[in-house]
Design a protein around this ligand. Structure first.
Ligand SMILES: Nc1ncnc2c1ncn2[C@@H]1O[C@H](COP(=O)(O)OP(=O)(O)OP(=O)(O)O)[C@@H](O)[C@H]1O
Ligand SMILES: [Mg+2]
Length: 142
């Protein structure tokens, strides 16, 4: 079981392998929150995770807040980084995304507006260390 656990990775390949293991533990209706500073690897992780479902065109959703993908399943990729007010999230119908039991949501920078996050969620925390290793931590909230 990957959730919960913490891993030190030293290459993109290791992050990619973790993403491949992680997707085996998620299913429709799940909300996955990815926290961590700029460039720590949140988008990289989502990209690799979604490759497992036949989705090859994941990019940062920074300007749209949310991108929607259909592959082997339905996916929302959200990024709260450029959101200034919580009302921007309510305006796009944030709860409808999270309540969609047919989709899996990935939320980068979810910690910036934790009030809108469902209680039941998985968090993946990314940290880039001075020695350029990365720590990736998986946690489940019920
Ligand atoms: N072990 C690693 N795991 C993940 N990414 C790595 C690793 N080593 C190097 N990288 C590189 O680090 C960069 C991480 O960028 P990415 O866009 O995924 O960060 P981010 O956390 O989404 O940043 P932002 O907060 O700006 O959205 C990528 O260019 C990736 O190629
Ligand atoms: Mg990103």
């Amino acid at each position: 079981m990957l959730v919960p656990s913490i891993h030190k990775v030293v290459s993109e390949e290791q992050t990619s392998n973790l993403a491949d293991e992680f997707v085996k533990e998620i299913s429709a209706g799940d909300v996955i929150v990815l926290n961590g500073e700029l460039g720590t690897g949140k988008t990289f992780f989502v990209k690799k995770a979604l490759l497992n479902f036949g989705i090859t065109d994941v990019n940062s959703p920074t300007f749209a807040i949310v991108n929607e993908f259909e592959g082997k399943g339905k996916f929302y990729h959200l990024d709260f980084y450029r959101v200034e007010k919580i009302n921007e999230l309510y305006d796009i119908g944030i709860e409808d995304y999270f309540n969609d039991k047919e989709a899996i949501s990935f939320v980068e920078w979810g910690n910036l507006f934790s009030d809108v996050l469902p209680k039941k969620r998985i968090e993946v925390n990314f940290k880039l260390n001075q020695d350029l290793t990365r720590d990736i931590e998986f946690k489940r909230y019920e």
